[in-house]
Design a binder for this molecule. Structure first.
Ligand code: MRU
Length: 369
């Protein structure tokens, strides 16, 4: 590889959300930067932020400026490129050691979404393959791989939407939790991709969005992007989901995932498990939508998935105002695990897996591409 070539960022078709700034994008060539839409400011302010170092990307992921499993993966891929860039003059072995250090640092940022470690591994391997060509070429290969991840994520999310759009009832209601939309991916989303494709195909339906305490990804982010795309949106308190499901207004639940174990147990935003329990009680199908990069087949079951515990003040303080007595202990797991047997099906880029079984998951990975 010629170490002096410049490498253009991919052009990504962002469908009906093209009017919004991208969730994340690489700006420039080999001397470029990662630009993210700062999701902590939404919906009040549409602000972008640039990250020029691995530390800045780490901070952006940790503080949920960029969040959602696939978006975290792609952000970390670019973060690894940024962190390794100053070391391109080292010998290949020393350069790879630095790549390893930055990768370990980024992987430790948020523990639950497996896409982060998966993306870091892919970019690291891209460097390793070029080791005989020198560090500058290794670094270029990393940037090319990060761009490929971004491009693939958008294409895969679109395929997920196409695979699952028929699950969305014309004239019915859909419930979702947290944000598994364009804001959680490079484009289109996972769970919300089904809704965008169904809407594009002429189906009309009502989308119910759990607000998703404590950080309100449903109210702030999912409602924001669905409204921008012209869908019919209703936000509810998390505590209203069970009675909504009993009411008959919802025909299907669709959520995203942060990590899916080999047996199909699925970690997703805290509160997902409660929605699945209520859906099962009221006979409403409960689907998970996720790319294959969200599966972790090294883990036998959901019991092995590391669950991120975040600071208690995310629970005790709302929009800068204390809503719990000073000093009270708060319990703040960011994710929970829904057992496979409670999941009606998993929508992937390779189709809808139903029922969810370990053999079925293995089969999804045997399919080409
Ligand atoms: O803490 P967050 O906002 O990163 O949590 C996000 C979720 O739980 C999403 O549902 C999941 O990552 C899937 S995103 C396509």
């Amino acid at each position: 590889m010629n170490a002096t070539t410049d490498i253009p960022a991919p052009r990504i078709d962002r469908g009906c959300l093209a009017a919004l700034p991208p969730t994340l994008e690489w700006v420039g060539g080999c001397d470029g930067l990662l630009r993210i839409l700062d999701q902590t400011q939404l919906p009040a302010r549409v602000e972008t932020r640039t990250c020029a170092t691995a530390e800045a990307v780490w901070e952006a992921i940790r503080s949920l400026r960029v969040r959602g499993a696939p978006a975290i993966g792609v952000a970390a891929a670019y973060g690894l490129c940024l962190g390794a860039r100053p070391f391109r003059t080292l010998a290949p072995a020393a350069f790879l050691a630095k790549v390893g250090e930055v990768g370990t640092y980024l992987r430790g940022c948020r523990p639950t979404a497996v896409n982060l470690a998966w993306a870091v591994r892919r970019v690291t391997e891209a460097a390793e393959i070029q080791a005989t060509h020198g560090s500058a070429a290794m670094w270029e290969a990393m940037l090319i791989e990060a761009h490929a991840l971004a491009e693939e994520d958008a294409a895969i999310c679109r395929q997920i939407g196409e695979a699952g759009a028929d699950l969305i009832p014309d004239g019915g209601g859909v419930l979702t939790h947290c944000n598994a939309g364009a804001l959680a991916t490079v484009a289109h989303g996972t769970a919300l991709s089904l809704l965008y494709v169904a809407h594009e195909r002429g189906r009309r339906f009502r989308v119910f969005v759990d607000e998703t305490r404590p950080l309100l990804q449903g109210a702030r982010l999912t409602a924001f992007e669905l409204l921008a795309a012209g869908l019919d949106v209703t936000v509810l308190c998390d505590g209203a989901a069970a009675s909504l499901l009993r009411s008959g207004s919802v025909q299907v639940v669709v959520v995203g995932a942060d990590r899916i174990a080999a047996n199909g147990d699925t970690a997703n935003k805290i509160g997902t498990y409660g929605v699945a329990l209520a859906a099962r009680q009221h006979g409403v199908p409960f689907y998970v939508a996720a790319p294959r990069s969200t599966f972790d087949r090294t883990l036998d079951s959901g019991a092995d998935i590391p669950i991120e515990e975040r600071a208690g003040d995310e629970v005790g303080v709302v929009c800068g105002t204390a809503v719990a007595p000073a000093g009270v202990r708060c319990y703040n797991p960011a994710f929970d695990v829904t057992p496979a047997e409670m999941i009606t099906g998993i929508v992937t880029e390779k189709g809808v897996l139903k029922p969810v079984t370990e053999a079925g998951i293995a089969e999804i990975f045997r399919r080409g591409g």
